[in-house]
Ligand binder design. Structure first.
Ligand code: SAM
Length: 340
């Protein structure tokens, strides 16, 4: 009997680039990690690890899939398995430090991104037939902002005085609550998403801040809906103004102008945004090409720092500070309505 010779692959992964498999892996890993986080399991894995008993303590199909998910993460070097169960590897910890970005993309925008075929052919329209998931846009933004935005914003706030703040597009209100607690202010959070407002209300209750913090469900472009603007000395808008810019620069400047007209002299405006990619100079830049693309799906564009500064100035605010935060392309701008 002759032995059959199995030919070696004509090109090994070491000599032949097949970059589609990097994308394949990234897509699957992002989906699994975001799914575990949204399902409330990634935090436990990070903190305490997951024992075999914890994996089995659910309906059989769920236990099987959770086991398969963890074994997949072991195959990819994200998780290790030991005598006490599953725990994160160093690589896994590095990824989880930025898990908010995965949750924002997969949980927030996975739905519309899976319908691109329909959007590019005109068979469906974003915002009419399919839309993002408000809970996880807000949840992911809050998670990624914890390390990459909040400390920078808090540093800026230490340099100003305020007693009443409004957070426009407050999401789950994590920044509103933190700022009100840390600086002894009262506040109002406004958001268009009922899911985000629900989370915000729960967070207000958990923090015992019902007396000082109010959440308003509504379109922040309708400034009449925001109570007490004439007594508000700080307005915060994190990742909201590009939504207004989606209607054109004139709409943005008009909105800023109306806002500044209603605020008392000397009031501050704190803006967080993300700059667009740097024009293709480097295809290796992190995050900003994808961030810009996701916003293009929603017919929104991004501005670089200079254009934001000009829009704020045209809208009646002096630009006091512009700084880069920890997000790739992240930008924080502190504006101020002139004192007289
Ligand atoms: C990316 S999230 C950011 C949430 C929060 N500012 C943060 O940094 O964590 C943007 C938020 O703006 C809200 N939003 C978008 N357009 C809005 C509008 N016209 N009025 C009020 N909220 C709006 C969205 O529902 C979403 O919660």
């Amino acid at each position: 009997m002759s032995t059959q010779h199995v030919p070696a692959p004509s090109a090994s992964p070491l000599t032949h680039r097949r970059p589609a498999f990097d994308l394949f892996e990234g897509y699957a890993l992002s989906s699994v990690l975001a799914g575990l986080e949204i399902g409330g399991l990634l935090g436990t894995l990070e903190r305490d690890g997951l024992s075999e008993e914890m994996v089995l303590d659910r309906p059989p199909e769920a236990a099987n899939l959770l086991g398969a998910s963890l074994r997949y993460l072991v195959d990819r070097g994200v998780v290790r398995v030991g005598a006490s169960g599953y725990s994160l590897t160093e690589y896994g910890r590095e990824i989880c430090a930025d898990k908010g970005y995965l949750v924002w993309l997969v949980g927030g925008y996975g739905g519309p991104l899976s319908k691109l075929d329909k959007f590019v052919t005109g068979a469906a329209r974003y915002g009419i037939d399919y839309t993002r998931n408000g809970e996880w846009v807000a949840g992911g933004a809050a998670m990624l902002g914890r390390a990459d935005v909040v400390p920078y914003a808090v540093d800026l706030l230490k340099g100003i005085n305020f007693t009443r703040m409004v957070d426009i597009g407050c999401g789950n209100a994590r920044f509103l609550l933190l700022a009100c607690q840390q600086f002894g202010a009262s506040g109002v959070g406004v958001d268009l998403s009922p899911e985000a407002c629900q989370l915000a209300e729960e967070a207000v209750d958990r923090a015992g801040m019902r007396e000082r913090v109010q959440i308003v469900l509504g379109d922040a472009e309708d400034l009449d809906r925001i109570p007490g603007l004439d007594e508000t000395d700080l307005v915060v808008t994190f990742f909201l103004l590009h939504e207004v810019l989606g209607k054109g620069r004139e709409a943005l400047v008009g909105y800023l102008r109306e806002l500044s007209d209603r605020l008392p002299p000397g009031a501050h405006l704190l803006v967080a945004e993300v700059e667009p990619p740097d024009g293709g100079v480097s295809s290796r830049q992190w995050f900003t090409p994808e961030f810009a693309y996701v916003h293009a799906v929603m017919s929104q564009i991004l501005y670089p720092a200079q254009q934001w500064s000009e829009a704020l100035t045209d809208g009646g605010f002096e630009v006091a500070e512009v700084l880069r935060d920890g997000m790739p392309g992240g930008l924080i701008i502190l504006g101020r309505k002139p004192a007289s």
